[in-house]
Structures are given as structure tokens and as C-alpha cells.
Design a protein around this ligand. Structure first.
Ligand SMILES: Cc1cc2nc3c(=O)[nH]c(=O)nc-3n(C[C@H](O)[C@H](O)[C@H](O)COP(=O)(O)OP(=O)(O)OC[C@H]3O[C@@H](n4cnc5c(N)ncnc54)[C@H](O)[C@@H]3O)c2cc1C
Length: 453
């Protein structure tokens, strides 16, 4: 095959596809990116004061051998390995993550509410839950739901939970039984090992974005930066860019948000646009706070269900690598606040609101304000693709329409699937799509989703 393959977007998915094309010795391809840097949501930024920031707390873990070997090679083993040390802040105390496994840290009244609720859920509720909210109540009972699961998820997803499905939770939420919870409480045991990210890696230098910088030697000759796609003409197999230039393709690999791609299609397809408009996403404001002080805590990250802070998560980012801060007596906090059509934020005051939240939750004191030497704000407009109830049906229709036009859409927002929206899934989606196009191989990462027709 010598078709012209054009990749839109140089985030992990686009770079995964590009790397594989280069690895297989294919020549007729190009990758374009709207920004002047690669990495997309997984890029990192160094601020004027020498602090490095990610677009929210990124950690590296994977069950895919190809991805693990690729990252080891790209980073030349220059990464640090960590054991997760994560917590939930509520009721004026820290509870180890996962919350539901470590109820013994709660005050007695709240502990009773959680145990009683969990016991009651064992006794009733036949039939499948209709949405994520129902799933939480039926799985964990009223106590765990009201103290943590409902407020945290409402804050993180910035979406009414009744609009969400519960099918995405498999690898993301620890589901445990009453006996195990009771044993942990009575035997006073911590139970913190759950989950695929129990241990993780982090690049020694340059933040998470260092991984994607390391793709450059393999793809540079085919990469065009500062090129923003503004129109796709599927019948002519032509795309146009913001600078007025245009280009032909035989096969288009899209990794930009699906909603935007559909809006770029010319002539406009009102039915497709109307379907795409029903897909929901959240944005995240990431506030970096750099301090000239030794780090007061060995924690990795903390979840915040309460309304005393705007953020849902804070990462002690300097604990991931000492190179993330300008010197040894410095540390950094990275704070993430969600927003959406149903949860607004004020961009102009979010840094001050974040500092107030850090003080209200005890991570900083009023006196620590004088040690803040850097603040940094990133606005990720597309951060979480929301698994809504009707999502799969909408996606199947759009994705199959595009594939008939030789447009293959993959990646976190290209395919809009949170379940397979991490960095490893994204890189592998790109790699496997190329293996499919060039070698007829079956794509495995997307195989669980009957979207592709
Ligand atoms: C807050 C947060 C925390 C996360 N934490 C983790 C984690 O701990 N571990 C993990 O593995 N993953 C994590 N992720 C997910 C990770 O960031 C994604 O898996 C990954 O970035 C998705 O890659 P992608 O290439 O599909 O999309 P993106 O990274 O969004 O890349 C898409 C690219 O397309 C470009 N583009 C968009 N529109 C156009 C256009 N019109 N023309 C040209 N180019 C365009 C964009 O600029 C971008 O570079 C996290 C994500 C967020 C938001």
C-alpha cells in the first residue's frame, strides 16, 4: 500500500500512530499539530521560576508490553518508580485511598453510617442500576455514598450522575464486599493495595511531557507544528488549515475532539452535528503552586470531596521528581478543578480560590502564603470525556459514518471513551490502528467497544 496517511494531532495517540508508521518503514505519511509543541494533554510546561507542571496529575502505569517497552526505550530508563501514597480528605482528617477499604479512619458516627449502609445494600436491590448514581447507592449504600462517592464524583465529573452510565467503572473504582470492610475495621488493618496504579513511574526530568518529546527523533521529518485543521471535505479527501492552505489525503487519522471534527466536516451534516452535540465533556483548571520550602509531606495525591475547596485533587508534584522544582528546598502542589456546562468556574479568581482551599483543608497555612514563589494556570478545555447513558449509541453512529469515508478517529477525545483514555491506551490505539491499516491486524484496545462496525 502506498496511500497518503495524514494524522491530525500530535498527542499520545497521534504520536503512537506516527511512531509505528516510522517503525514499520512506511514513508507516505504526515502528522500535523495545532500547537508549537507535541504531547497534547500529556505535555509538560516549565514556568519562568523553574517549576515543571503537567496538565493535571499524570502517572505512568500500563498492562501493555509494547507501551512499557517503548517508554523504557524512549526515556532510556531515566525515570523514577513510586509506590502510590494517596488519600482522601474529609471530616477534618485523611483517610487512605481507596476510601471504602479504609473506613476505620472515620469518626464513629460516620463509620456506623457507612457500615450500616453497606450491610443494607447486601439485603436488597435486585436488577441492574439505571445510572451511575443508582450504581453508587446500590453498591456502597447510603453512608459511603453520601460521605464520599456522591460528592466526590459530582465534583470530579461536574455532571449530574443520573446522566452517566456505570459501565466504565471496572478498572477505576474498587468494589469490595461487606466482610472485607468489616475485617479491616475490626482488625484495624489498612487496605491500600487496590488498583492497577499501585506502583507507577515518572520521568526524572521534564515531567510527563518528556515521554512525548522523546518521540521527536522518530517523527520529526513528517511533523508540521502550528497547523490547525479547520475543514474536512470527505468527498474530495481534502483538509484545510487555519492559515488557508489545504492538503489531500487517502486515509485520515483523527485524534482531535470528535465533536470538533464533526463540526469541521464540509458540507455540513446536520444529523451528525446534532448527535455529536449530545456528547458531554468536562474541562479542568490546573493551578500550580510553587513554594520555597522543604516539602512537608510524602503524599502523592489527595482527593477532596468537600465544598471547602474548588479542587477535587491535589498532587504533591515535587514528590514525583526533584527535577520538577528549581531546588532542594522547594516543593510544588498541582490542584485540579473541574468545570462543565453544569458547573461553572471563575478563571480570573481560581488561583486565589485554590490557595484559600489549600488553607481551608490544612495543606497550607496563612503564613505559607509568603513562601509561594510561583503560580501557574493551565486551562484544559477538553479534560474528561463523560460516559453518559446514550454515549455508545452516538459514538457507534458517528465512528462508523467516518470510517466509511476513510476517516479513522481514535484517542481520548477522538473516540470519547474514558475507559480507554489513559496515555497507554491512547498510544496503543495509534499503534494498533496502523497495524490494522498496514497489516490487517485486529485492534485490541478498542475491541471491547462495539463501535467500529
Ligand atoms: C487531568 C488529567 C489527568 C490525567 N492523568 C493521567 C494519568 O495519570 N495517566 C495516564 O496514563 N493518563 C492520564 N491522563 C490522560 C492522558 O492525558 C491522555 O490519555 C492523552 O493525553 C490522550 O492523548 P490523545 O492523543 O488521544 O489526545 P490529546 O492529548 O488531547 O491530543 C490531541 C492533540 O490534537 C491536537 N489538536 C486538537 N485540535 C486540533 C486541530 N484542529 N488541528 C490540529 N491539531 C489539533 C491537540 O493540540 C493535541 O495535541 C490524564 C488526563 C487529564 C486531562
Amino acid at each position: 500500500m502506498d496511500k497518503n496517511i495524514l494524522i491530525i494531532g500530535a498527542g499520545p495517540t497521534g504520536l503512537g500512530a506516527a511512531y509505528r508508521l516510522a517503525e514499520l518503514g512506511y514513508r507516505n505519511w504526515q502528522i500535523v499539530e495545532q500547537h508549537d509543541y507535541v504531547g497534547g494533554l500529556a505535555a509538560s510546561f516549565r514556568d519562568a521560576n523553574g517549576f515543571t507542571w503537567d496538565v493535571g496529575g499524570h502517572i505512568l502505569f500500563s498492562g501493555y508490553d509494547y507501551f512499557t517497552r517503548l517508554v523504557d526505550r524512549l526515556l532510556a530508563n531515566q525515570y523514577l518508580e513510586h509506590v502510590r501514597n494517596s488519600w482522601i480528605w474529609l471530616l477534618d482528617r485523611f483517610v487512605p485511598y481507596p476510601f471504602q477499604n479504609n473506613l476505620r479512619y472515620l469518626p464513629k458516627e460516620a463509620l456506623w453510617e457507612c457500615l450500616n449502609g453497606l450491610w443494607e445494600t447486601n439485603q436488597k436491590h435486585a436488577g441492574a442500576p439505571g445510572n451511575f448514581r443508582e450504581w453508587i447507592l446500590r453498591t456502597f449504600g447510603h453512608g459511603i455514598a453520601s460521605h464520599f462517592m456522591l460528592p466526590y464524583n459530582e465534583k470530579n465529573w461536574a455532571t449530574p450522575l443520573e446522566l452517566m452510565s456505570h459501565e466504565w467503572i471496572a478498572h477505576r473504582v474498587s468494589v469490595i464486599d461487606f466482610q472485607r470492610v468489616l475485617r479491616n475495621v475490626i482488625l484495624e488493618q489498612d487496605d491500600i493495595n487496590w488498583g492497577p496504579n499501585r506502583t507507577f513511574k515518572f520521568p526524572r526530568t521534564g515531567g510527563t511531557g518528556a515521554i512525548y518529546q522523546a518521540f521527536l527523533p522518530a517523527v520529526r521529518d513528517h511533523l508540521a507544528l502550528n497547523r490547525k485543521l479547520t475543514r474536512v471535505e470527505p468527498e474530495q479527501r481534502r483538509i484545510m488549515y487555519a492559515d488557508g492552505s489545504s492538503e489531500h489525503y487517502d486515509i485520515l487519522i483523527n485524534t482531535t475532539p470528535l465533536t470538533e471534527l464533526v463540526a469541521h466536516i464540509h458540507p455540513a451534516n446536520p444529523q451528525l452535528i446534532q448527535q455529536a452535540e449530545q456528547l458531554r465533556s468536562t474541562g479542568t483548571l490546573i493551578v500550580g503552586i510553587g513554594l520555597a520550602q522543604p516539602c512537608p509531606s510524602p503524599k502523592c495525591w489527595i482527593y477532596f470531596p468537600g465544598e471547602e475547596s474548588p479542587f477535587y485533587r491535589v498532587t504533591y508534584f515535587s514528590n514525583y521528581s526533584p527535577e520538577n522544582v528549581p531546588g532542594p528546598d522547594h516543593y510544588s502542589l498541582m490542584c485540579e478543578t473541574s468545570y462543565s456546562a453544569s458547573r461553572s468556574v471563575n478563571r480570573s479568581s481560581i488561583i486565589e480560590e485554590t490557595i484559600r482551599g489549600l488553607i481551608a483543608t490544612g495543606l497550607l497555612s496563612e503564613a505559607d502564603r509568603s513562601h509561594i514563589v510561583s503560580t501557574f494556570l493551565i486551562d484544559a478545555e477538553y479534560a474528561y470525556p463523560v460516559p453518559t447513558l446514550e454515549r455508545n449509541q452516538i459514538l457507534a453512529s458517528i465512528v462508523q459514518f467516518l470510517a466509511r469515508k476513510q476517516i479513522y478517529t481514535r484517542g481520548r477525545f477522538g473516540l470519547w471513551l474514558y475507559e480507554i483514555g489513559n496515555m497507554d491506551h491512547s498510544v496503543m490505539q495509534g499503534v494498533e490502528l496502523v497495524d490494522h491499516l498496514l497489516r490487517g491486524e485486529r485492534e485490541k484496545v478498542v475491541a471491547d467497544f462495539p463501535l467500529l462496525g
